[in-house]
Design a binder for this molecule. Structure first.
Ligand code: UD1
Ligand code: MG
Length: 448
């Protein structure tokens, strides 16, 4: 998407977070579409082609630090302690960007809906460019003082006159500038203001005074929404889901009640798939066109091929891999199991760790006993095998192609192809003994 000429870097601010989330989880690790807000910000930076990404974290946030370290490495962490303002936070990243010469964009770790395409227009300038938006309720946002398409200054609400407060063009917080210029300007920012903070926004006026170009580009208000409370997190989630639903409908997915379907950030659904009402996707779900996910199913880390049908009330967990025409019915849980073409598990079963061959039929109540309390083991079922209802397959166990397992079996040994397997007590019929049993029981009751 980029028409990039200069190298790019991103500084993501994630320090100085308030505690209004009222949660032990740091704000930026709260999730939208099953993806942390911080990861959404990092995704946008990566999509913009940023070759260096620095996340500014507070000293008190070991969890945020660990999260960044895991995804980007320790070199991508800058610590700001104590938090003395957004300008101070950007300066905290200067050392981590040593040797970088290109354009730097500053974004926030708590603005999960902002996409690379919203940010892209800030690049390519010689001066300072910010992403603005038109606020329905400008409240505490910094106001953009515009003169045509030149940005004169950003005035923080606390410093603003009534006249400036009436402006609705606001600062989203995203700002880009050539790296050398940005840090040179920041060195001139003071904390001589209402909040006693070093404002990043002050660099606009400093740039203009030094005759560097200063501009604003505009994004939709919904896209720049920041999250500061659980209520706002839920609002962001709602907006995220709305976009996902519209995207899938536009791509040809049939959804009779899209407002009841929940997607993850990375859900893939092909055109022509049917997603019935009240389906929830966790991360890592891939559903091909022509598949049907029926109501009240939960699908996570699973692949569903064309012509497969899942649910109602099915649970696909990571590693469930359903080939064409597979059928997984109500109250069936599948985890880390490959099901080949036309295989079926229609009712009430647990399939964990293994493989089910083509057209095999797994009866109601079948359990793959995959765990001994310490280790996991696999259950292999060959093509065309038939597993009678209420069977326990004690892994590791391999059931050959065409095997028929009698209902209620506990299968502990491998079964060769085409065998008939009974793993249960043999039935005994005693003629007339039922009558005698009943007579005995009745006289016992009558004697009471
Ligand atoms: C900031 C902008 C304002 C803009 C608004 C958009 C400044 C001075 N003001 O105001 O113009 O309209 O965002 O939401 O920049 N942070 C740090 N370290 C700090 C302070 C903040 O990392 O010392 C981070 C915060 O975690 C947050 C972001 O920077 O992600 C913004 O900080 P915040 O205090 O919310 O700034 P606002 O007052 O909202
Ligand atoms: Mg804020």
């Amino acid at each position: 998407m980029t028409s990039q000429t200069r190298p790019r870097a991103a500084i993501i601010l994630a320090a100085g977070q308030g505690t209004r989330m009222k949660s032990p989880l740091p704000k930026v690790l709260h999730r939208v579409g099953h993806h942390t807000m911080l990861d959404h910000a990092i995704d946008a930076a990566e999509a913009l082609g940023c070759e260096r990404i620095v996340v500014v974290v507070g000293d008190h946030s070991p969890d945020v630090r660990a999260h960044v370290e895991k995804r980007l490495g320790a070199a991508s962490i800058a610590v700001q302690d104590p938090p003395l303002g957004t300008g101070h936070a950007v300066r905290a990243a200067e050392a981590a960007l040593a040797g970088f010469d290109g354009e730097v964009v500053v974004t926030y770790g708590d603005v999960p809906l902002l996409k690379a395409s919203d940010i892209e227009p800030v690049f390519g300038g010689e001066g300072v460019t910010v992403v603005g938006f038109h606020a329905r309720d400008p409240g505490a946002y910094g106001r953009l003082i515009l003169d045509g398409d030149t940005l004169q200054a950003i005035t923080e609400a606390k410093e603003a006159s009534a006249e400036v407060l009436a402006l609705t063009a606001c600062n989203s917080g995203v700002m880009a500038a050539p790296s050398a210029l940005l840090f040179q300007l920041l060195a001139g920012v003071t904390n001589d203001n209402a909040k006693g903070e070093y404002y990043l926004t002050d660099v606009v006026e400093l740039a203009r005074r030094a005759n560097h170009p200063t501009h604003a580009v505009f994004a939709e208000e919904d896209a720049v929404m920041g999250v500061n409370s659980q209520g706002e997190l839920a609002q962001a989630e709602a907006l995220f889901q709305k976009v996902q639903r519209e995207t899938f409908l536009a791509a040809g997915v049939t959804m009779p009640a899209p407002e009841t379907v929940h997607f993850a950030w990375d859900t893939q659904v092909g055109g022509g798939a049917v997603i019935e009402p009240f389906v929830v996707f966790g991360p890592g779900a891939v559903v091909a066109g022509g598949a049907r996910i029926r109501s009240f199913s939960h699908v996570e880390g699973a692949r569903v091929a064309s012509g497969a049908e899942v649910g109602p009330y099915a649970r696909l967990r990571p590693g469930a891999d359903l080939a064409e025409g597979v059928r997984v019915g109500n109250f069936v849980e599948v985890k880390n199991v490959t099901m080949a073409k036309g295989a079926k598990a229609n009712h009430l079963a647990y399939l964990g760790d293994g493989a089910v061959g083509e057209k095999a039929n797994v009866g109601a109540g079948t359990i793959f006993c995959n765990y001994d309390g310490f280790n996991k083991a696999r259950t292999e079922i060959g093509a065309g095998a038939f597993i009678g209802s209420n069977s326990a397959l004690v892994a590791p166990v391999s059931i050959g192609a065409g095997v028929v397992v009698g209902s209620g079996s506990v299968v502990t040994q491998d079964a060769p192809a085409d065998a008939l397997v009974f793993g249960r007590a043999r039935q005994v019929n005693k003629p007339g003994a039922g009558l005698a049993f009943r007579d005995k029981a009745k006289s016992k009751k009558d004697a009471r």
